[in-house]
Design a protein around this ligand. Structure first.
Ligand SMILES: Nc1nc2c(ncn2[C@@H]2O[C@H](COP(=O)(O)OP(=O)(O)OP(=O)(O)O)[C@@H](O)[C@H]2O)c(=O)[nH]1
Ligand SMILES: [Mg+2]
Length: 279
């Protein structure tokens, strides 16, 4: 969780800061720690609500523009005849992404976070009254485009899918480990652009993911051409069925959250300086 930019305060949880009783002895750290705890409690309530309706909830995370909405558009086109889908969109501003999803004929709810660079469980709880969960099998949450903070906030969802587009560079799992460790599935997107890039290696990106001790599937695909989409759609269909069975057994599943996200983000930055060799 990011304690330096203040992004852990959102319109959804701001009320928690001002809830009495509050003493002056409350330090910033304890307030922020308590916000994370409140977030996790609300996430648990959200998940119980989703499970009561047998809805699988998938959180899509990536840097801005990696192709989350394009992937949703392509996915909806292929699955909507067989699976009832809805989408919650998160962006700082605009209804653009929700409009794109609605154009595909499925319900979409836009959360605009203003300044917050991630969604949290309270923001999700705020839109739940508008969702007819009895009419949904699969709910996607498209998180705000950001490779850091979204990984530390449990929304009450079941699976995290992290996208890496080929134009971002194949070393991103190494540089943003908190995000990529949180992935239950990693998608390498925009593979139709690979012929134009001489320095992105799908194998190296997968290797960087494995170097995080992550054995999750890594699937390359292009939402533009449809290449590789079948493997993603198969994964989704299996997850929907597995979740229905889990719920029948009164079980649930939590995403691969960074429970230690707070610790990760509070680590003292390491400053490495290597003089440039002069020759
Ligand atoms: N060539 C190519 N372009 C793509 C593909 N997927 C998405 N794009 C393009 O990439 C740009 C960003 O795509 P979006 O789907 O809006 O990305 P996003 O991750 O939802 O972006 P934010 O919501 O702003 O974080 C758009 O211009 C898309 O047309 C793809 O598979 N191939
Ligand atoms: Mg989008």
């Amino acid at each position: 969780m990011c304690n330096t930019c203040g992004c852990n305060l959102t319109a959804g949880n701001r009320h928690l800061l001002f809830t009495p009783p509050k003493t002056e002895a409350v330090t910033a750290v304890s307030v922020l720690g308590s916000l994370l705890q409140h977030n996790n409690e609300q996430a648990g309530r959200n998940r119980a609500h989703f499970d009561a309706h047998g809805v699988l909830v998938i959180n899509l995370m990536s840097s801005p523009g990696a192709g989350k909405t394009a992937l949703l558009e392509a996915t909806i086109q292929r699955l909507k005849a067989n699976i009832n889908i809805a989408v919650i969109e998160g962006d700082l501003e605009t209804e653009n992404d929700a409009d794109r999803i609605r154009a595909q004929g499925v319900p979409a709810y836009q959360i605009t976070t203003g300044t917050a660079c991630h969604l949290d469980a309270h923001l999700i709880a705020g839109v739940l009254p508008q969702l007819d969960l009895s009419a949904i099998d699969l709910l996607f949450i498209e998180n705000v485009g950001n490779l850091v903070c979204p990984a530390s906030f449990d929304l009450g969802h079941h699976r995290n899918v992290t996208l890496l587009s080929v134009t971002e560079g194949d070393d991103k799992p190494a540089k943003y480990p908190v995000m990529f460790r949180a992935a239950d599935l990693m998608l390498i997107t925009k593979t139709d652009l690979l012929p134009h890039l001489d320095d992105f290696s799908v194998a190296k990106a997968a290797q960087c993911q494995r170097a995080l001790a992550s054995q999750v599937p890594v699937l390359p695909l292009s939402s533009r051409t449809g290449d590789g989409l079948d493997a993603w759609l198969d994964w989704l269909a299996q997850e929907v069925v597995a979740h229905k069975l889990r719920v029948q057994r009164q079980q649930t599943i939590k995403p691969r959250m960074q429970e230690d996200g707070l610790k990760w983000h509070q680590q003292t930055p390491k400053i490495r300086f290597r003089p440039v060799a002069r020759g």
